[in-house]
Design a protein around this ligand. Structure first.
Ligand SMILES: NC(=O)c1ccc[n+]([C@@H]2O[C@H](COP(=O)([O-])OP(=O)(O)OC[C@H]3O[C@@H](n4cnc5c(N)ncnc54)[C@H](OP(=O)(O)O)[C@@H]3O)[C@@H](O)[C@H]2O)c1
Length: 236
């Protein structure tokens, strides 16, 4: 069945790759991110229904985004609540503003989009997909506050699933490192030099997109509640 899908963070990485695959499979798409020109180009390329540039931290912009998406697609079946970022640094000497940014985007942003979209998902008996991470389950050095935000995302998913299991599907996608520009948000250059190779050797973004689209396309009676994906490199 073809779905009406709203994607945040559609201008790059996992959101963009999922948009590409979902469009190929014939789903209707409404795209968001902050980068207006990237959205406009992608919308044209994928023949998406529409796009709206919004900062997920700004509740009023998010509310306009969701209303536009609902109007243009005539409903919302799936929310891919994907926009997020990690600014990695050791806790000692870390910049407090960076911690606040991660909490604003990864928690408050996710909640802003969820709050505005939830009534529409309930109406369509739809599907909420939140981007968690392996960091939703483990705490890694130099990324503790990012891990805290992704633990929160998992708890948010589970809270929605617990209360609304009979009304909407809820999926958390929890990948380990994926080869996207994600790591470039880190400002600590020594750490960035260490991290770049491990993200470059991470999972191809198309593999994650494939799992997201699979979760969207499951048969009627199924809810894939979480997908945990880890890089797997057997020794030769
Ligand atoms: N890459 C990984 O290894 C990995 C692993 C596990 C989980 N994740 C999660 O996957 C999600 C996507 O990450 P990615 O790897 O695809 O990173 P990415 O390539 O850097 O993409 C991030 C996306 O989020 C959007 N975004 C960031 N801040 C925003 C804001 N304030 N308002 C609206 N949109 C915003 C960006 O769009 P604009 O710049 O246009 O605003 C961009 O489209 C994130 O939630 C991340 O935590 C990533």
């Amino acid at each position: 069945m073809k779905r009406k899908i709203l994607i945040t963070g559609a201008t790059s990485g996992i959101g963009k790759a999922t948009a590409v695959l979902a469009a190929k499979n014939g789903h209707k798409l409404f795209l968001s991110g902050r980068n207006q020109s990237a959205l406009s180009e992608l919308c044209k390329e994928l023949h998406a229904v529409g796009y709206f540039a919004a900062d997920v931290v700004q509740a009023e912009e998010v509310s306009q985004l969701v209303e536009e998406a609902k109007k243009d697609m005539d409903g919302i079946d799936v929310l891919l609540n994907n926009a997020g970022l990690g600014i990695f640094d050791p806790l000692e000497n870390a910049n407090l503003a960076d911690w606040h940014t991660m909490i604003d985007v990864n928690i408050k942003g996710v909640l802003n989009v969820l709050h505005a979209t939830l009534p529409h998902l309930i109406e369509s008996k739809g599907h909420l997909i939140n981007l968690g991470s392996l960091a939703s389950h483990y705490v890694f050095p130099n990324s503790g506050i990012y891990c805290a935000t992704k633990h929160a995302v998992f708890a948010i998913s589970e809270s929605v699933r617990t209360e609304l299991a009979k009304k909407i599907r809820v999926t958390t996608i929890s990948p380990g490192s994926v080869n996207t520009p994600f790591v470039e948000q880190t400002k600590n250059n020594d750490l960035l030099d260490q991290l770049r190779p491990s993200f470059a050797a991470g999972m191809p973004v198309e593999w994650v997109a494939q799992q997201i689209v699979n979760a969207i396309e499951v048969p009627e009676g199924v809810n894939v509640s979480e997908i945990i994906m880890r890089p797997f490199r057997p020794e030769h």
